[in-house]
Design a protein around this ligand. Structure first.
Ligand SMILES: NC(=O)c1ccc[n+]([C@@H]2O[C@H](COP(=O)([O-])OP(=O)(O)OC[C@H]3O[C@@H](n4cnc5c(N)ncnc54)[C@H](OP(=O)(O)O)[C@@H]3O)[C@@H](O)[C@H]2O)c1
Length: 273
């Protein structure tokens, strides 16, 4: 029997490989390993300093480029008019061609959001990306992005795992009509130790990581777990052959709190703005 095919949400494969903080040969090897296992979606960023390493893996994989989905993100230091286009050109040179998805990695100051969105759209128009989207945008900023650019916003990539309550961001994305992409989807390993998740994992005889990634996928959210280990990479892809009951989904959804955030970055003090 052939393996079930990977669902796509808004054209984005539901599971991808995260590549932060991998660099150099370690990054190239991890991406190649993932591609061998069947991953077709890779997440990188200018900030990670590994676009060239990802590009090397893509070129060496022997997989046709149009069978892959590659996301990259414009660094906060490159969002201004003087640097945006040049930085995207360098990313595309390193990746070996246009990205499938180009994101603003972190929102700029409020007064600069519209102009930054216009620069992102210009990259779509000049063929540097097939889709564009946002990352770490709050609900208010998500609405502003759609007001400015309309339905071409493909996703918002945000921290999303069972320990963090992202109800409002998810509801806003649903209302605006685009999916979320979950970063740190297994809470950098911490979500795997929660007793309610361990109980479900034991009952279903599945690793806790598969329970968490299935919970994310079953909500229509894409996830990009990072791993350098073959067994973990294979397991993270292995969530198509089972489903969680409504009761188990609700149990996991009740775990998250607003204090569960692990990554704050450029947004300290702005998440609730
Ligand atoms: N947009 C943004 O601002 C932003 C911010 C942060 C991250 N990201 C992206 O999201 C990706 C993922 O997030 P993340 O790396 O922060 O966290 P994560 O994927 O939740 O956690 C990564 C950790 O989980 C472990 N792991 C992976 N699969 C496992 C499994 N099946 N069983 C047990 N442990 C497992 C990995 O270790 P092993 O290597 O030992 O498996 C690694 O230590 C990043 O790589 C990056 O591409 C984006």
């Amino acid at each position: 029997m052939s393996a079930p095919s990977m669902p796509k949400f808004n054209g984005i494969p539901a599971i991808g490989l995260g590549t932060y903080p991998l660099q150099g040969q370690n990054c190239t090897d991890s991406v190649l390993m993932a591609l061998e296992l069947g991953y077709r979606h890779i997440d990188t960023a200018q900030m990670y300093g590994n676009e060239r390493d990802v590009g090397r893996a893509i070129a060496g994989s022997g997989i046709k480029r149009d069978a892959l989905f590659v996301t990259t993100k414009v660094d906060p230091s490159n969002l201004g008019a003087a640097r945006f286009a040049g930085s995207v050109q360098r990313s595309m040179d390193d990746l070996g061609g246009p990205a499938d998805l180009l994101l603003i990695h972190w929102p700029p100051p409020d007064a600069e959001i519209d102009a930054t969105l216009d620069r992102l759209k210009a990259e779509l128009d000049r063929g540097m990306a097939r889709r564009i989207g946002i990352s770490n945008f709050t609900p208010r900023m998500m609405r502003q992005a759609v007001k400015r650019l309309g339905p071409i916003i493909s996703c918002n990539q945000v921290e999303f795992h069972p320990l963090l309550d992202q109800t409002l961001v998810k509801a806003t994305a649903d209302e605006l009509g685009f999916p979320l992409v979950a970063y740190s989807p297994i809470g950098r390993g911490k979500a795997l130790q929660h007793p309610a998740i361990s109980e479900i994992a034991a009952r279903l005889a599945r690793p806790a990581s598969e329970i968490v990634l299935r919970w994310i996928m079953q909500q229509g959210v894409i996830s990009i777990p990072m791993t350098t280990k073959r067994a973990n990479a294979a397991s993270n892809l292995n969530i198509l052959s089972f489903a969680l009951s409504e009761a188990d989904m609700a149990t996991i959804s009740a775990i998250g709190t607003r204090r569960g955030r692990m990554v704050s970055g450029w947004m300290t003090g702005r998440w609730d703005s």
